[in-house]
Design a protein around this ligand. Structure first.
Ligand code: FAD
Length: 287
C-alpha cells in the first residue's frame, strides 16, 4: 500500500523508525527488535539508510522487504542521494522493484566534509523527480520544523520544501523537536505555502543525557526550559531520566493528537521497551 492511503483511513497515523544494524551487526538482532515492535501495531515502519556508505544500503532494502512480507506491516525505505550517481540510483530502483518496495523516503543525506558529494542529485527533490520517471513509487520527504541547518531562513527552507512536494513528495516526516509550538508554527507556514500533503510529527524519546546532547548537536533541535529542567534534575539518574524522557514524549504525543495532527513518527532507536511504554500510554488516544 502506498503510504498516503493510510491517512485516508484514520488520523493520527502512528509509525516507527528503525535503523539497520551497524556494519558488522547481524540482521538477526533487528528481526528480534521487529518481533516486539510489530506487536505494537504501528501503521508503518521506516528503515534508515546510511549516508556515505556507513551502513550497506542492501540491509535497508532487505529489512524493508521483510517488514512487509513476513510482518505484514507497511514499510518505507529511506534512500539518500548525496553520494550517488544516476547509475547507482538506476541499480537501486531495480533492486527496489525486485524486492516489492513501493514507498521511498527520498533524502539528500548529510554532506560529509571528507567525502565530496557527487553532482547528479543536489537535493532530495532531484532524486524524487528522477525516480518518479522510472518506477511506480510513492515518495515521502523530510521536513524541519526549526528549519534545516543549511537554509538561510525558515522562509527559504519552506519554499524549498514546497519544491520537494511539487516534485512528487506526497507525505512528509518531520525532524525531531521538543517544543510542540515550533511544530504548530511550522504547520501554519506549510499551509500558507500551499503544502497540503500529510505531515507527520517526528518524536524522539530522549532517555539519557548523553544521547540528548548528541541529538541536539546533530540536528540542532532547541530544548525548551521544561525539558532542560528535567535533564538538570534527572540527568545523572539513568532510570529516572529514562522514565522522564518517556513521559515527556508521551505528553508531546497527547498534545499533538489533541491538536489534530496527521501522524506521529516515533524514532524508536531500535528500543522496543521505550516504544512499548509510549505506545501503551497513548493507545486509546491514537485509536
Ligand atoms: P533537501 O530536501 O535536499 O534539503 C537540504 C538543504 O537544501 C536544505 O537546507 C534545503 O532548504 C535546501 N534545498 C532543498 N531543495 C533546494 C533547492 N531546490 N534549491 C536550493 N536549496 C534547496 N539521513 C541519512 O543519512 N539517512 C537517513 O535514513 C535519514 N533519514 C532521515 C529521516 C527524517 C525524517 C529526517 C528529518 C532526516 C533524515 N536524515 C537521514 C537526515 C537528512 O539526510 C539530512 O537532514 C540532510 O542534511 C538533508 O536531507 P533532505 O532530504 O532534507 O535534503
Amino acid at each position: 500500500m502506498k503510504i498516503p492511503e493510510l491517512f485516508k483511513n484514520h488520523k493520527p497515523v502512528f509509525s516507527f523508525e528503525i535503523f539497520p544494524p551497524k556494519k558488522d551487526g547481524s540482521l538477526e538482532t533487528i528481526y528480534k527488535t521487529l518481533d516486539e515492535l510489530v506487536d505494537l501495531k504501528p501503521d508503518f515502519i521506516s528503515v534508515t539508510y546510511g549516508a556515505g556508505g556507513t551502513v550497506p544500503g542492501g540491509s535497508t532494502r532487505e529489512i524493508v522487504s521483510v517488514i512487509k512480507s513476513k510482518y505484514h506491516t507497511e514499510s518505507i525505505a529511506h534512500l539518500t542521494c548525496v553520494n550517488s550517481t544516476k547509475a547507482d540510483v538506476d541499480r537501486i530502483i531495480e533492486e527496489f522493484k525486485e524486492s516489492g518496495i513501493e514507498n521511498v523516503l527520498a533524502l539528500r543525506g548529510d554532506i560529509n566534509p571528507e567525502i565530496p558529494p557527487k553532482k547528479d542529485f543536489l537535493h532530495a527533490s532531484d532524486l524524487i523527480a528522477y525516480m518518479k520517471e522510472r518506477g511506480e513509487f510513492s515518495f515521502s520527504g523530510a521536513c524541519y520544523p526549526e528549519g534545516h541547518s543549511e537554509a538561510g531562513s525558515l522562509e527559504e527552507d519552506i519554499e524549498h520544501l514546497k519544491r520537494k512536494v511539487d516534485a512528487g513528495a506526497s507525505h512528509l516526516i518531520s525532524q525531531l523537536f521538543f517544543d510542540n509550538e515550533t511544530f504548530y508554527k511550522f504547520l501554519d507556514r506549510a499551509v500558507k505555502h500551499g503544502i497540503n500533503v500529510p505531515i507527520e510529527a517526528g518524536i524522539m524519546p530522549c532517555v539519557n543525557a548523553k544521547q540528548i546532547q548528541r541529538m541536539v548537536t546533530m540536528c540542532g533541535a532547541s530544548l525548551p526550559p521544561k525539558f532542560t529542567r528535567l535533564i538538570a534534575r534527572f540527568g545523572d539518574n539513568p532510570e529516572a531520566m529514562r522514565d522522564a524522557g518517556i513521559a515527556y514524549a508521551a505528553d508531546q504525543i497527547i498534545d499533538l493528537a489533541a491538536n489534530g495532527v496527521d501522524g506521529i513518527h516515533l524514532y524508536t532507536m531500535n528500543n522496543p521497551y521505550i516504544a512499548r511504554k509510549i505506545s501503551e500510554s497513548v493507545s486509546e488516544i491514537l485509536k
